[in-house]
Write a protein that binds this ligand. Structure first.
Ligand code: IVH
Length: 704
C-alpha cells in the first residue's frame, strides 16, 4: 500500500504509524540478529527508516523514546548520494568598505596590466542569502541537481530540486551540457507562513529563511520539499559545452531567456564609484525586497578577462562580495566558559542572555583570548579604550553573516558593582595540566598533550571529520561516546575496535543506540577507510597550522607516506637539507614547518602515529592534474618586461600548470623567460646553458 502523503497524515495516524514502524524495524533487527537471516531486504529496511524519519520531522513531538532514528547508521543526513562537481563550486572573498572595493579594482588592473584610465566594467547584483545549487542539463533536460557541499563534492538533491517552480525541467533549444548555478532561497512571507504551520503542527521552526531553505531542500523525502515554497535565482554556471555569452551581463540575459529567474537589481557599472552607488541603492531597497540578501556581488563583466584572472585556491580573482555591515545588539554576559581545543588552545566563550541579532537568537559568542577580555591586543595596545570584559557586564554582540558572533563592546555605565576582572585560568580546566602561553603567542595552551581528555576527544573528532577520515556512522557524537567509555582513546583504536573484542559486533549491537545492522555498517565503513589518500591522512593528524590545503600540498610534494615520514624525521633538527627542502615548498612557511616537524617527532605523538599507520594502506598522492603539461615540475624564472601579460598573471598561469616560479637563476632553474630589458639573469642563464625563451616562445610552450 502506498504511504499516506505526509501533509494528509493526522496526528493519530502518525502516532500509530510510528509505533508500527518501530515494531517492524525492531522485528527486522531481531530476525537479522538471532537467525542470521534477514527477513527484510536492505532497501525495504532503509525505506522504512526514511519514512519513519520523515514522519518524525513532520511531527517532532511524536518521536518515540525507542525511535529507530536514534540508531546510528543510515541517519537521514547520510542518505544523499554524493556528486562530484565537474567544475568546482567556489566561494567569494569579501569586501567591507570602499577601500576594499578600490583594492579589488586595483589588484585586477595590476594583474591584467591595465592602467587607471583603461576601461574596465563590472556587474553588481544582490548577494542572495540562501544556499547554492548546481543544475545540470543534458540536451535540454534537467538530469541532476547538487548542493555545493565542500565545493568539490555535494549532495544529489535532484528529486528535491524538481519540486521547485523556478527551476525549469526542460530548456528550450539547449543542447549538450549546460550547468546552471544559483541560489535557492525562501521569501520572508513564505518563511513566516512555514514557521506558523510548523508551530501549529507541533513541528520544528526555523531560525531564519536561509536555514528554512536549506532544511527544506535537504529532505530525504522530496514530498516534504514539495510542500515548502522554495525559489531560485540563477547567477552563474559550471560545465558548459559552449560559452553562454561574451559578457556577464549578456550571460544573465541568456539565463533569463532560457527560463530562469535572474535578479532584477543586476546592473552594469563602469567604475568603483558606480559600484558603490549601486551598492547604496541595493542597500536602500533591502527592507522591501521580501527576501534576505547579505551584500552585493561585483564581477568583472568581460568573460574573457574572467578567464585570464582565474581562481585562487577557493575564490575567483574576478569577483568579490561587498558585505553589508554586521548586525549589533546588547545583552548581559552571564558567564565565561573555557573550551579546550584539539591543539590545547584555551578559548574563552561568552554565555549570554539570549538576544536576537539580525533575526537569529544568539546565546554564545567568542571572546578570542585572554588579552581580548582584558582590553588589549596581542601587542599590548589598548582596544575598546582599554575596557575589560567582566561577567555580569552589559555587552554588545556583533554578528556578520555566518561567522561566530563576537563581543564588540561593553557598557561601563551598566557594570554591576560586584563585577570582578576575569582571571584567565593558568591550568587546563579539563586535565589540570599547566596552561602555558608562549612568547609571541596570543593563546594559552594546555600542556597535557594526549593525556588531556579534551584534546584527545577534539583530535579524534577532527580525525573522523569530513575532510579527514570521514567514516560513515562515526561522527563527533559517537566518538565522544566511545571515548568516554574507554573504547577509543586514539585514532589507532578505531581500527582495532572490532578485533579487540572477539565479539565486537555483538557488544556494539547491545549498546544504546546501536543495532546489529548499524554496528555492522560501522565496521564496514571503518574497513573501507583503511585505504586512505596521503593528503587526508596528513590532515587527519590534526597538527597545528596544517590545514587541508597544506596537507594536500605536502602529499603532492612527498608523494608517499614513506617519503613524507622519512623527510619529517630527517628535518627534526630544523636545520639541514630536509628542513630546507620542506621550507622550499611553495606555501609552506617556517611556522607551519616548525609545528609539523616538532609534532611528527614528539615521542608520544610519534608512537601514536606509528600505531595508526600500521593499520592503514596509505595511497600515494595523485600527481597534480597538470603533470602532463610541458612545464610541470619545472622551475621557471621570468625576467625583463613581459608584454602580453603581467608578472602576476604569468606566475599564476605557470603555477597552475605545475611549474615552480623562482626569482633567481641557478643551476636548478629549467627555463628562463626573458623579455626586453632582461639583464644579468638572462646572461647567467646563457652562461649556465639553460633554456632561454622569449615571451612568445613561452606562450607557445604552455599552449596559449
Ligand atoms: S557568484 C565562483 N553571485 O555566495 C563563485 N554568488 O559567499 C560564483 N551567492 O557560494 C558565485 N548570491 O552561494 C554569486 N549573486 C551571486 C550570489 C552568490 C549569493 C552565494 C553563493 C556563493 C556564496 C559565496
Amino acid at each position: 500500500m502506498a504511504d499516506t502523503p505526509l501533509d494528509e497524515l493526522t496526528e493519530e495516524e502518525a502516532r500509530a504509524e510510528l509505533a508500527s514502524l518501530a515494531d517492524a524495524l525492531a522485528a527486522a533487527n531481531q530476525a537479522y540478529h538471532t537467525e542470521d537471516a534477514p527477513e527484510m531486504s536492505d532497501a525495504e529496511y532503509d525505506r522504512l527508516k526514511r519514512r519513519n524519519a520523515a514522519i518524525e520531522a513532520q511531527f517532532p513531538s511524536l518521536k518515540r523514546a525507542d525511535s529507530p532514528s536514534d540508531q546510528v547508521g543510515a541517519t537521514p543526513a547520510e542518505g544523499f548520494a554524493k556528486v562530484r562537481h565537474s567544475v568546482r563550486m567556489l566561494s567569494l572573498s569579501n569586501a567591507f568598505d570602499a577601500e576594499d572595493v578600490a583594492d579589488f579594482d586595483d589588484s585586477i588592473r595590476r594583474y591584467l596590466g591595465l592602467g587607471p584610465d583603461d576601461a574596465l566594467a563590472y556587474t553588481a547584483e544582490p548577494k542572495i542569502d540562501g544556499l547554492s545549487l548546481s543544475l545540470r542539463y543534458e540536451d535540454g533536460a534537467l538530469v541532476q541537481a547538487a548542493t555545493r557541499g565542500d565545493g568539490a563534492e555535494g549532495e544529489n538533491v535532484t528529486a528535491n530540486a524538481r519540486t521547485i517552480d523556478d527551476i525549469p525541467q526542460e530548456l528550450d533549444g539547449a543542447t549538450d551540457v549546460l550547468e546552471i548555478r544559483g541560489e535557492v532561497y525562501m521569501s520572508h512571507s513564505d518563511f513566516a507562513a512555514l514557521n506558523e504551520r510548523q508551530t501549529a503542527g507541533g513541528g520544528k521552526t526555523f531560525a531564519n529563511p536561509r536555514n528554512a531553505a536549506a532544511g527544506s531542500l535537504r529532505q530525504l523525502d522530496a514530498g516534504i520539499t514539495r510542500t515548502r515554497p522554495l525559489r531560485f535565482f540563477a547567477y552563474s554556471w559550471g560545465e558548459l559545452t559552449r560559452p553562454l555569452a561574451e559578457t556577464q551581463m549578456q550571460a544573465i540575459a541568456r539565463l533569463d531567456a532560457l527560463g530562469f529567474q535572474t535578479n532584477p537589481l543586476t546592473a552594469l557599472c563602469k567604475s568603483p564609484s558606480e559600484l558603490l552607488a549601486h551598492y547604496a541603492r541595493i542597500e536602500e531597497s533591502r527592507a522591501t525586497l521580501g527576501y534576505d540578501i547579505d551584500g552585493v556581488v561585483y564581477k568583472v563583466n568581460d568573460l574573457r578577462l574572467q578567464g585570464r584572472l582565474g581562481f585562487r585556491s577557493t575564490t575567483p580573482r574576478w569577483a568579490i562580495a561587498h558585505k553589508f555591515p554586521a548586525e549589533l545588539a546588547w545583552t548581559r554576559l552571564d558567564a565565561i566558559d573555557i573550551q579546550v581545543g584539539r591543539t590545547g588552545a584555551l578559548s574563552p566563550v561568552a554565555r549570554l542572555t539570549p538576544v536576537t541579532v539580525g533575526g537569529v537568537v544568539v546565546s554564545n559568542a567568542t571572546l578570542h583570548n585572554e588579552d581580548y577580555i582584558a582590553g588589549r591586543d596581542n601587542s599590548g595596545a589598548a582596544i575598546r579604550d582599554g575596557k575589560d570584559i567582566r561577567v555580569g557586564d552589559w555587552v554588545q554582540v556583533y554578528r556578520a553573516g555566518d561567522v561566530i558572533p563576537k563581543i564588540a563592546d561593553v557598557d561601563l555605565a551598566k557594570r554591576p558593582a560586584d563585577a570582578r576582572a576575569f582571571e584567565f585560568p593558568q591550568s587546563c580546566p579539563e586535565c589540570g595540566s599547566d596552561a602555558i602561553r608562549e612568547e609571541g603567542d596570543a593563546v594559552r595552551r594546555c600542556s597535557g598533550g594526549l593525556i588531556c581528555p579534551a584534546q584527545a576527544v577534539e583530535k579524534l573528532k577532527h580525525f573522523v571529520s569530513r575532510a579527514a577520515f570521514d567514516i560513515e556512522g562515526l561522527g563527533a557524537k559517537q566518538v565522544e561516546q566511545f571515548y568516554n567509555d574507554g573504547w577509543i582513546r586514539e585514532p589507532a583504536d578505531i581500527f582495532t575496535l572490532k578485533d579487540r573484542f572477539s565479539d565486537g559486533l555483538q557488544r556494539l549491537s547491545n549498546r544504546d543506540g546501536w543495532g546489529e545492522k548499524s554496528a555492522g555498517n560501522l565496521f564496514a565503513a571503518i574497513d573501507e577507510r583503511r585505504r586512505i589518500p596521503l593528503g587526508r591522512l596528513i590532515f587527519a593528524l590534526g597538527i597545528r597550522h596544517v590545514g587541508e590545503q597544506a596537507s594536500n600540498l605536502l602529499a603532492r610534494h612527498y608523494g608517499s607516506w614513506h617519503a613524507f615520514n622519512a623527510a619529517m624525521a630527517e628535518a627534526a633538527p630544523c636545520d639541514g637539507a630536509a628542513w630546507e627542502a620542506l621550507l622550499d615548498i611553495d606555501g609552506v612557511g617556517a611556522v607551519l614547518a616548525g609545528a609539523l616537524v616538532s609534532s611528527m617527532n614528539q615521542e608520544a605523538e610519534r608512537a601514536s602515529i606509528d600505531r595508526l599507520v600500521a593499520h592503514l594502506d596509505v595511497q600515494d598522492a595523485e600527481r597534480p592534474q597538470t603533470a602532463d603539461s610541458a612545464v610541470a615540475g619545472k622551475t621557471v624564472v621570468f625576467t625583463g618586461t613581459l608584454e602580453r601579460m603581467t608578472r602576476a598573471e604569468a606566475k599564476a598561469r605557470a603555477e597552475s600548470m605545475g611549474a615552480k616560479v623562482s626569482g633567481s637563476v641557478s643551476a636548478k632553474t629549467d627555463i628562463v623567460v626573458a623579455g626586453p630589458g632582461a639583464g644579468s639573469k638572462e646572461k647567467k642563464a646563457r652562461d649556465l646553458g639553460l633554456t632561454v625563451l622569449d615571451e612568445d616562445g613561452w606562450l607557445e610552450l604552455i599552449g596559449t
